[in-house]
Design a binder for this molecule. Structure first.
Ligand code: ZN
Length: 299
């Protein structure tokens, strides 16, 4: 009987590579004007590259300077109902996490999934993008999984749009939710999305042709009311915040972080899409998965 397991793709951050391939000013990576996609799988600090199929490459852009951890207490749930279980499953007292954006190169286009916290908040997504050989002006499309600040902060510098050409896509239900929220996150969402004017596109899940390059949106609500995963081709799933603390949650997918607005709904989405990805042998790219944010199922 075959044993299935989710294995983290670990790509070593070889120091030598950092020097030789991570500077846009040198080698092929310096041809910023030429958006013809590099064949090389550059590996730099905070940037990894994975060929998904012959026309699709997944590039991880780690937004934070170094890997992070989060306290177990983030996962205790309402009235600390899961505290005993969480402490048992995570004896170190903390859970690895990080913040990633993902750049997908497909059919000679660049698609950025989420944008990190923004450079004014210490986010390094733009620096990583630069290391990968691109500037913000090279990005054709931005597709958002949801509108928390660590996913949309990078859309803005001051009050201005960072990405000068990109068409931005957000689920309409997600937009509508934040439009009704008076707190900081709601204000940020309206400001960041509003900066893109008529380059902002709200879409319905029922509109299967709403997104470019055949990318399909799949409602994965719970983390936020419009939290969305995306299927890119047949093998890649952009998972957003389906999982926030992999090492803990992989042991019990019912465990939710306090960031999940509707924890029960989030758990149902998590279980459904992890199984979905498993059944279809998909690569999972998650914004808070540790390491380079990429999981792949191995038989
Ligand atoms: Zn997040």
């Amino acid at each position: 009987m075959k044993r299935k397991a989710l294995l983290m793709i670990m790509i070593a951050y070889a120091t030598a590579w950092v020097a030789s391939s991570c500077n846009r000013g040198g080698g092929n990576a310096g041809e910023k004007e030429n958006v013809a996609l590099p064949v090389a799988t550059a590996v730099c600090d905070g940037v990894t590259s994975l060929e998904i199929d012959s026309v699709t490459t997944l590039v991880t852009l780690r937004d934070n300077a170094s890997p992070k951890t989060q306290p177990n207490s983030l996962f205790y749930g309402k009235d600390r109902k899961d505290s005993v279980k969480v402490e048992r499953l995570s004896p170190s007292g903390e859970v690895a996490t990080t913040i990633h954006a993902f750049l997908v190169k497909k059919d000679n286009k660049l698609v950025l999934f989420d944008t990190g916290v923004g450079s004014e908040n210490g986010g390094m997504m733009l620096a990583r993008l630069d290391s990968a050989g691109f500037g913000p002006e090279n990005v054709d499309y931005i597709i958002l999984t949801h509108c928390h600040g660590d996913h949309i902060g990078g859309l803005l510098r001051g009050d201005s749009a960072v990405f000068t050409r990109a068409e931005v896509f957000v689920p309409q239900v997600e937009y509508n939710y934040w439009a009704t929220q008076s707190g900081d996150n709601g204000l940020l969402a309206m400001k960041a999305l509003g900066a893109y004017g008529d380059r902002l596109h709200q879409f319905l899940y029922t509109d299967t042709a709403a997104l470019p390059l055949g990318i399909r949106a799949m409602a994965a609500v719970g983390h936020t009311p419009g939290h969305t995963t995306y299927k890119v081709g047949g093998r890649l799933m952009i998972a957003g915040d389906l999982i926030h603390g992999y090492d803990l949650q992989k042991q019990d997918l019912n465990i939710s972080p306090s960031y999940d607005i509707n924890p029960e709904q989030a758990a149902e989405s998590r279980k459904f899409f992890m199984q979905f990805a498993k059944n279809k042998h998909m690569v999972i790219a998650g914004m808070h998965l540790p390491g380079n944010g990429v999981l792949i199922e191995a038989e």
